[in-house]
Design a protein around this ligand. Sequence first.
Ligand SMILES: NC(=O)c1ccc[n+]([C@@H]2O[C@H](COP(=O)([O-])OP(=O)(O)OC[C@H]3O[C@@H](n4cnc5c(N)ncnc54)[C@H](O)[C@@H]3O)[C@@H](O)[C@H]2O)c1
Ligand SMILES: O=C(O)C(=O)C[C@]1(C(=O)O)C=C[C@@H](O)C=C1
Length: 361
Amino acid sequence: MRTALVIGTGLIGTSAALALAGRGVTVHLRDHDTTRARTAAALGAGTDEAPEGPVDLALIAVPPTHVAGTLAEAMRAGAAHGYLDVASVKGGPQRELAALGLDLSSYIGTHPMAGKERSGPLAATADLFEGRPWVLTPTSDTDTEVLNLALELVALCRAVPVVMDADAHDRAVALVSHTPQLLSSMVAARLEGADDTAVRLCGQGIRDVTRIAASEPAMWVEILSANAGPVADVLAGVAADLEATVESLRALQSADEAKRDGGTAGVADVLRRGNAGRSRIPGKHGAAPAAYEVVAVLVSDQPGELARIFADAGRAGVNVEDVRIEHATGQQAGLVQVMVDPAAAPVLAAALRERGWSIRQ
Ligand SMILES: NC(=O)c1ccc[n+]([C@@H]2O[C@H](COP(=O)([O-])OP(=O)(O)OC[C@H]3O[C@@H](n4cnc5c(N)ncnc54)[C@H](O)[C@@H]3O)[C@@H](O)[C@H]2O)c1
Ligand SMILES: O=C(O)C(=O)C[C@]1(C(=O)O)C=C[C@@H](O)C=C1
């Protein structure tokens, strides 16, 4: 692929454009908000000037309800040889496009399983899709050449292609993305009217569970509206678990020992099933989930501390697999959780101690 046109230069469009431009593709950027296309260009994602002729691939990265219209307009203008969209739902847009009577041989629906709770070009990064699944939903109408262009895009973004049927995709993301978004929002919503004294106690657990509750509501209303049935099905299962757990907790307060035992069993069961489900979440690049060991380092809140830890880990020959930062409320300090291979954990802890870091076990 030599040329691409990205329509919708928000988080996803600009991230893909940055990856493509970084690998030598000439990328043209278009957004109905021209300042966004200009911002993406200023970030190095390409040029906001229109291409002179059809590009190899047009990537439509606009909100789901605008996909069909934007695609139809680009197709009618002959903007590209191949077209793809990245919307988080696939069945609806595919049916909407078919209803428009367009020749869909040059189109493929796709969905990168990577994103953020922030939107817009300033949140974009070239490495957003690295190692993440990128779903492709070709149909019997899709040209092989267009499928190949899409596979090339996925490879240039260093993502992992997964071919699926559009409706199967929608059922899968109802489970692994759309319902989690709602549950995160519901947990965070409990805080809206909560007492300040309680909110001050927020620790890492609630921060982890509610990160995506900061997502853009307008975009999510669109996504959930387009996948309402499958999400309602998953949520009904969660509602049954909630109801059973409320009953178990009430039973734990009973004077009757047998009821209390039943309550304990109910609570233990949901927690055990949670462990089992969590252990199925794949690790990097779709590999089996990795069991890393955490080396927790106390840091003062000043510039350069993280860089010093990483440099010291590098000097000790230890590869940092992941990192999490826990900020202490009201204190100028934080806890950096450095995740490493279990065999490397004692080596790293010793090396960091030797260099004066305070390690928490
Ligand atoms: N945010 C995520 O985590 C995520 C992940 C994967 C896929 N997606 C999908 O990617 C798409 C874009 O999401 P995003 O997070 O980048 O949103 P965003 O709000 O960051 O960007 C969307 C951009 O599209 C532009 N736009 C809207 N209508 C347009 C139109 N008719 N013509 C041209 N530009 C238009 C907006 O001005 C905005 O710059 C959505 O379909 C979303 O479902 C999002
Ligand atoms: O990490 C996040 O912020 C996301 O929630 C990204 C996420 C997801 O659920 O995995 C959200 C919606 C998109 O359609 C794809 C990715």
